[in-house]
Design a protein around this ligand. Structure first.
Ligand code: IPD
Length: 271
């Protein structure tokens, strides 16, 4: 796969600073709307898969800020869809990841902003910048390709599990028809897990793997916007992220961990 460079010279620090600014502004709007009260605006794939008016409003804000600052870049968002750019870069955005937590008032949701070069699909993109911001507790995780992953000024590194086993996170998607398979995979991982977490926001699961707060994570059914930013955090923290064997992360499977645990989870999930 070739390394695609955008047409104009790219300052990754400027790009990261812009993504951080936009994530903070968007997160502040999400937090304010949450404190005013949130209701479901519509359902999406199945009845449990919801969108709030805040998801839409926050994505519009992010989209407008990007269009004003970098009009040649493309955009690919969970709520408002895709628009091609001409610069070679695309912003891959989940305005509120963890929407169900957000709806219920659980302070574990995030603005997730990834910037990728090349086609904005996981098998082809090259991730440049990833920012995951949880406005409920103020934590901002950021990564720039080749420059590490950071949480509020502290460099992040993935962990390897202790003798007690791996602390593993997963998720179950919204469609009940997929749950049997999800539970079967989890059952195969449990023999080497010390415990399991299902916290409800994939971007934060990935940020937590990068920070060593989780040893590993796997989930079926993720969309590009769920892992565009968090995936770069994991890579820049020295971890691996992938999908089905030898494949990019995606709808079929996403696995993230340090190298030894990555192989163990992959073997168990595909056994
Ligand atoms: C969801 C969350 C959840 C994961 C789902 C995602 P959303 O994103 O990340 O943890 O299990 O697969 O769709 O809908 O809250 O943006």
């Amino acid at each position: 796969m070739s390394d695609v460079s955008p047409a104009a010279p790219l300052d990754l620090d400027d790009l990261t600073a812009l993504a951080v600014d936009i994530a903070r502004e968007a997160g502040e709007l999400a937090r304010r709307r949450r404190s005013e009260g949130v209701t479901v605006a519509a359902t999406k794939s199945v009845i449990a898969d919801v969108v709030t008016e805040a998801d839409r409003e926050v994505e519009r804000l992010i989209r407008d800020r990007i269009a004003a600052a970098r009009p040649a870049d493309g955009f690919f968002g969970e709520e408002t869809g895709a628009e091609r750019g001409t610069s070679g870069l695309t912003w891959v955005v989940d305005p509120i990841d963890g929407t169900v937590n957000y709806l219920y008032g659980i302070p574990h949701y995030a603005v997730s902003i990834g910037v990728v070069a090349g086609e904005p699909v996981p098998s082809e993109w090259q991730q440049r910048v990833g920012v995951v911001f949880n406005p409920a507790n103020g934590e901002l995780f950021q990564a720039t390709r080749g420059r590490g992953a950071w949480l509020d000024g502290q460099r992040l590194a993935v962990s390897e599990p202790s003798e007690a086993g791996a602390l593993v996170a997963t998720g179950f998607g919204y469609d009940p028809a997929t749950h049997d398979g999800d539970f079967a995979r989890l059952r195969r991982v449990m023999p080497f897990a010390r415990d399991v977490r299902r916290a409800g926001a994939a971007s934060l699961d990935l940020a937590y793997v990068a920070a060593g707060r989780l040893d590993g994570y796997f989930e079926r059914g993720l969309h590009a916007w769920d892992h565009a930013a968090g995936g770069l955090l994991v890579l820049e923290a020295g971890g691996l992220i992938g999908g089905s064997p030898d494949d990019a992360p995606g709808r079929e499977m996403t696995i993230a961990a340090g190298s030894a645990l990555f192989e163990r989870i992959s073997t168990a999930v595909y056994q």
